[in-house]
Design a protein around this ligand. Structure first.
Ligand code: ARG
Length: 294
C-alpha cells in the first residue's frame, strides 16, 4: 500500500489492534515537597510510621514523567508548606467544560486547600463555582460518558450531589461507600473510558470493587455497567482502582496484578507506576491527578 493514499495518523489518538482509542488529557498535579503523615483522617494514615518525602517526590516524578511520555499535558500547582495532602490534587475540585466546582473539605486539616485550588483555577482561566456543600472534588465525583457518578458516606455529602447537578446540569448518580478503607469514590471505581470521545458515550466503561458499596449502589452499578470489570478484593486493597485511564493506557499500581490481567484481556494497555510512599497518606495514582476538562 502506498503511503500517499492514506490519511496521516492523527497525533493525539492512536488506535491499536484492540480498537481502544487514546484520548489527550490535561492534568493538574502537585509536587509532594511537603508530604508527610502528621494526622489521621483515613485508616491508611499512621503518623507513627515514618515517611520519606524524597522517595515520595521520586515516585510522584515517575507518574508525572509517564503522563508526559504518553503525550498528555500536566499543569502544576505550587505545594504549600503545612498542607501535606495537597499532593492529592484529585480532591481540589471537579471540572467540566472550563467550569471548576470548588472543593470544601470535610476535615479542618485540609480546608485551606479548597481556596488554594480555586485561586489556581481562576488564574488559569477556569470559571469557578464556589461550593456551599462539603465535597472533595474528583476524589468523589467521576465523569463517565455524560453521567457523573458521585460518592458519599465518608467525605462528600449527599447535598453536594445536588449542588453538583445544579452546577453542571448533568445526571448525577449517588453511590454509597461503606468500607472506611475506600473512603473516596476514586478508590473504588476506575473510569476506563473517561469522557465522550470517538466511539461515543456507550463505550464508556468502568472497573469497580463491589464490596466498597452498599447493596443499593451495587445494584445500580450492575444495571448501568453490565460490562464493567469487577476487581478482586486483593487488587482493591492495594488501591488498584485508584488509576488513570486515557481510554487506552491505564496507569495502575504494580501490586494490582489481577486487575492488570483483566485490563489486558479487554485490550487496554496497563502502565505500572508504584506510589507506595503516597499510599501511606491513603492515596494513589488517581488521587494525585486532577483532570482539567476545558
Ligand atoms: N490523606 C488524604 C485524605 O485522606 C488522601 C486523599 C486521597 N485522595 C483521593 N482522591 N482518594 O484526604
Amino acid at each position: 500500500m502506498s503511503t500517499h493514499d492514506t490519511a496521516p495518523a492523527p497525533t493525539t489518538a492512536t488506535a491499536p489492534a484492540s480498537g481502544r482509542i487514546q484520548q489527550h488529557r490535561r492534568y493538574l498535579m502537585c509536587r509532594p515537597d511537603y508530604f508527610t503523615v502528621s494526622y489521621t483522617i483515613n485508616p491508611w494514615m499512621q503518623p507513627a510510621n515514618p515517611t520519606d518525602t524524597a522517595l515520595a517526590v521520586r515516585q510522584w516524578q515517575t507518574l508525572y514523567d509517564t503522563y508526559l511520555a504518553l503525550g498528555h499535558e500536566v499543569y502544576l500547582i505550587d505545594p504549600i508548606e503545612g498542607l501535606p495532602d495537597m499532593v492529592y490534587t484529585a480532591n481540589g475540585g471537579f471540572i467540566i467544560d472550563g467550569v471548576a466546582y470548588g472543593a470544601k473539605f470535610r476535615y479542618p486539616e485540609r480546608v485551606p486547600e479548597g481556596p488554594a485550588f480555586m485561586e489556581w483555577f481562576r488564574r488559569n482561566g477556569f470559571e469557578v463555582a464556589e461550593p456551599v456543600e462539603v465535597n472533595e472534588g474528583e476524589g468523589d465525583f467521576l465523569l463517565v460518558g455524560d453521567t457523573i457518578l458521585a460518592g458519599t458516606g465518608f467525605r462528600s455529602t449527599g447535598d453536594s450531589h445536588r449542588e453538583l447537578a445544579d452546577v453542571f446540569g448533568k445526571e448525577v448518580v449517588s453511590l454509597n461507600l461503606v468500607d472506611p478503607r475506600f473512603y473516596h469514590l476514586d478508590t473504588a471505581i476506575s473510569v476506563l473510558d473517561p469522557v465522550e470521545g470517538p466511539g461515543g458515550v456507550d463505550k464508556a466503561n468502568i472497573a469497580y470493587l463491589e464490596g466498597a458499596f452498599d447493596e443499593r449502589s451495587q445494584a445500580i452499578l450492575a444495571e448501568r455497567y453490565p460490562d464493567a470489570i469487577k476487581v478482586a478484593d486483593a487488587d482493591g486493597a492495594v488501591f488498584g482502582l485508584n488509576s488513570a485511564s486515557d481510554g487506552l493506557n491505564v496507569i495502575i499500581s504494580p501490586r494490582a496484578q489481577g486487575f492488570e490481567a483483566q485490563l489486558r484481556e479487554r485490550g487496554y494497555n496497563p502502565v505500572l507506576v508504584d506510589l507506595s510512599e503516597l499510599l501511606l497518606g491513603g492515596g494513589g495514582i488517581k488521587c494525585c491527578t486532577l483532570e482539567l476538562r476545558r
